[in-house]
Design a protein around this ligand. Structure first.
Ligand SMILES: *Cc1c(COP(=O)(O)O)cnc(C)c1O
Length: 374
């Protein structure tokens, strides 16, 4: 069994992907070509924002967003410690200081109740992560940001397509950032990402920063990066968008089905934890992540037993960012973020993609039961 099966999807969209790639090879505009512009219009419409700026990765988009907001040395950005390294890393790379705030246990997203006490005169932005495909609580977070006159950047790298109170992820704050890394809910066949905003001035800045801070050819009023998107990736994403909404629905349905099957398998015993999706959210389940008992190396044993049964698993993430050696200089200590630390010990992700069959899900769940109970 594959952890993420990208081949079934390719077979479904093969003719469209191949035709679109062929077109790019023939017109020869390999970087920021016409497919990139077409993709930006399509994605802006899908998310419901005025602007989409397509870029080279979901890491570069975070950096571009921070640069566009002129966040740098001396500034602080509040974010979740329970995320992929890129979130904290780009704040630090921009020269600012990541300020971590603990997560809610049930969603693994930034806990809005803890944000306000972390705000200082240096705080310039809040960067919530919509982890595992479920949006953070943006109404609560935006209200806090508004009170303090600071920006909100969504790291929606895992949540493209997700809904929060009927609105799409990446369209919920000043700037939304996402990734089209192949294994993300909307994945290219290489690195790609995108930024979303309703602010005309920010969109213009982000476009310039994407191309070395250039406002017209070889004229550079500011610093930027090479954040350009390959046209081939845009062509592939256009083909994938033809079926994306169908895949979003499948992801949501399959995630709920896993939870139902796991609850049946454990007959109400609280041995494992299953994802909790808020009633106002639709999750795209970038990961289907459960909690397993962690005492006596329980998670390592669980993963080993799953592997013996032919089921791949992965841990997102084994360390909270404040525990990462690269952030030792921030001088956090064990116990500072108890929920993030606990989840880093307990979480494990099961195979998840829109082409899982009911039989496969039953196999995974039977294996989970074996791995936990035997
Ligand atoms: C994947 C991911 C990123 C980085 O995206 P890339 O396209 O791989 O650079 C950033 N933040 C989170 C939360 C991610 O999951």
């Amino acid at each position: 069994m594959d952890f993420i099966d990208l081949k079934s999807q390719y077979r479904r969209i093969q003719s469209s992907v191949n035709a679109r790639i062929q077109k790019v090879l023939e017109h020869g505009q390999y970087v920021l070509g016409p497919e990139c512009t077409e993709l930006e219009a399509l994605l802006a419409d899908y998310v419901g924002t005025r602007h989409c700026v397509a870029a080279s990765s979901g890491t570069d988009t975070l950096l571009i967003a921070l640069m566009a907001l002129e966040i740098g040395p001396g500034d602080e950005v509040i974010t979740s410690p329970f995320t992929f390294i890129a979130t904290g890393e780009m704040i630090a790379l921009a020269g600012a200081t990541p300020v971590f705030v603990d997560i809610e246990k049930h969603t693994c997203n930034l806990d809005p109740a803890l944000i306000e006490r972390a705000i200082t005169p240096r705080t310039k932005a809040i960067m919530p992560v919509s982890l595992y495909g479920q949006c953070a609580d943006f109404d609560a977070i935006n209200a806090i940001a508004k009170r303090h006159g600071i920006a909100v950047i969504e790291d929606g790298a895992q949540s493209f397509g997700a809904l929060y109170k009927g609105r799409r992820s990446c369209g919920l704050s000043e700037i939304g950032s996402t990734s089209f890394f192949p294994s993300k809910p909307l994945g290219a066949y290489g690195d790609a990402g995108a930024l979303f905003t309703n602010d005309d001035a920010l969109a213009k800045l982000m476009r310039e920063i994407r191309v070395h801070g250039q406002d017209r050819r070889y004229h550079h009023p500011r610093l930027g990066i090479n954040g350009r998107l390959d046209t081939l990736q845009a062509a592939i994403l256009l083909a994938k968008m033809e079926i994306f909404e169908d895949e979003v629905q499948a992801r949501s349905r399959l995630g709920a089905r896993y939870t139902e099957l796991l609850h049946e398998a454990f007959a109400g015993q609280h041995i494992i934890g299953t994802p909790v999706i808020e009633s106002h959210n639709l999750s795209v389940y970038a990961q289907y992540t459960i909690e397993v008992p962690h005492e006596n190396d329980g998670r390592a044993r669980f993963e080993r037993r799953m592997k013996e049964q032919g089921i791949p698993t992965a841990v997102h993430y084994p360390l909270s960012l404040h525990q990462q050696p690269v952030f030792a200089g921030l001088a956090y200590k064990e116990g500072d973020f108890p929920v993030a630390e606990l989840m880093a010990q307990r979480v494990v992700s099961l195979p998840m993609h829109p082409y899982l069959t009911d039989v496969q899900q039953q196999q995974v769940v039977a294996a989970v039961r074996n791995a936990v109970l035997n």
